[in-house]
Design a binder for this molecule. Structure first.
Ligand SMILES: C[S@@+](CC[C@H](N)C(=O)[O-])C[C@H]1O[C@@H](n2cnc3c(N)ncnc32)[C@H](O)[C@@H]1O
Length: 394
């Protein structure tokens, strides 16, 4: 496909998204009908679509409208590319620009230029202060691709060398023991023997750093209360000998976990029963709660536009409910761990503070927020313990 044809395909996908389709579904539907498109074409169309989703408001301002054609026009202008090189009308490229389109468009301003919904900018400022501008800007760009090397399988250096031999070039991430940033060949990862054998996993650097910050005692019984695919448990199990239990309100979300744990060489017991009390108490309960995902919006940018104030308030209630239920499962001397991949105070500090004020006998021993950075996503983690055990360190 020519560069223009790729832009034309992206326009169609964006219009499908405007009509209500989820981004992945719209891309899949397009690819099904575009057998002529090679893997490079599919990747390029996907990049255009996700770039628009990250920069919807500024692209609409620059393109003078918010249909697919105007958004792609605005995106190209924002990227400093000449739209006439794409809107050629030749072959499968979109028709040339009209005079009206040439005259349309203006510089975006305020939250529009930051590509945030208006109501969210004050939340970014409240949570991140001077870092808010930088965080919003990061969300306008593609996310880094990061691997976690499974310490049970190999050293980071050995993994880096083996990946290089497969054409996947990486560099170690400073201060995170097992993390590798992929700098070339990321599209080969899903077929890489190292990946398929569980020697490396895809995991954001901040999630890795947060799990590294947890120093659980050897042999601990640990419950991952919101396990999903089990990424956090597998990161912990790779470096700590423990007894691992996984639970999720939606058992279906854990369906890949047994195979994934098997590949990683970890034993994780799935708890599909709602009666977790019957399993006894745990030395640590991790609540990696459902959240807005605001720290990860460069990966899933549609969520940035879908969140509402009511939705954020609902999430806060769900998060508080989970923390309260999980607290009852922590053994004396144990830890209650709360985490989100959001940067908002409402989902982090506020939830923990409310829990502490409403649940006597608990104290916070550790809390940290990882910013949205070039290295990793936004992430928050707090560790609580019973008041009588507050000599515990993280
Ligand atoms: C952020 S995701 C977990 C990601 C996972 N820990 C990982 O590292 O891959 C949150 C999970 O919480 C689950 N969940 C939602 N409400 C819940 C509840 N009330 N109790 C337990 N799990 C819940 C969701 O199904 C979802 O899988």
């Amino acid at each position: 496909m020519t560069p223009g044809a790729r832009v034309a395909a992206a326009i169609g996908v964006i219009d499908a998204i405007r009509d209500g389709a989820a981004a992945e579904q719209a891309l899949t539907n397009w690819a099904r009908g575009a057998r002529y498109a090679g893997s490079g074409d599919r990747a390029a169309v996907r990049d255009h679509v996700f770039d628009v989703l990250r920069r919807w408001r500024s692209s609409a301002a620059l393109g003078g409208g918010d249909d697919g054609r105007a958004l792609l026009l605005g995106l190209l202008r924002g990227q400093g590319l000449d739209p006439d090189g794409f809107f050629t009308g030749e072959g499968h490229a979109p028709p040339p620009l009209s005079e009206a389109e040439r005259a349309a468009g203006r510089a975006p301003k305020g939250a529009e230029a930051r590509d945030l919904p208006e109501w969210l900018w004050p939340r970014f400022q409240a949570a991140l202060g001077d870092g808010a501008e930088r965080a919003a800007e990061r969300l306008r760009h593609r996310a880094p691709v990061t691997l976690r090397v499974n310490a049970r399988r190999m050293t980071r250096e050995a993994a880096q060398a083996a990946l290089a031999a497969e054409g996947i070039l990486c560099r170690p991430v400073d201060d995170i023991k097992m993390a590798l940033h992929v700098i070339k060949g990321e599209r080969k990862i899903s077929q890489s023997p190292l990946y398929l054998s569980g020697a490396v996993e895809l995991q954001d650097a901040s999630s890795q750093a947060a799990m590294e910050a947890l120093d659980l005692p050897e042999g601990a019984r640990v419950l991952d209360y919101c396990a999903g695919g089990g990424g956090k448990t597998l990161a912990l199990a790779a470096r700590i000998e423990g007894e691992w239990f996984a639970h999720d309100a939606s058992a279906r979300r854990m369906s890949d976990l047994p195979a994934r744990a098997g590949r990683a060489g970890a034993r994780v017991r799935l708890c599909e029963t709602p009666d977790l009390q019957g399993l006894g108490l745990f030395d640590a309960v991790l609540c990696d709660v459902p959240c807005s995902g605001s720290g990860t919006w460069r990966r899933g940018p549609q969520a940035k536009w879908a969140l509402t104030p009511e939705g954020l308030a609902d999430l806060g209630r769900v998060q508080a409910g989970i923390l309260g239920q999980a607290a009852a499962l922590v053994a004396p001397g144990g830890r209650l761990i709360y985490s989100t991949c959001s940067v908002f105070i409402e989902e982090n500090e506020h939830v923990v503070e409310c829990f502490l004020s409403e649940t006597p006998g608990w104290v916070q021993v550790f809390a940290k927020r990882w910013p949205i950075s070039a290295s990793g996503d936004g992430f928050f983690l707090a560790q609580l313990c019973h008041e009588s055990d507050d000599s515990n360190q993280p």
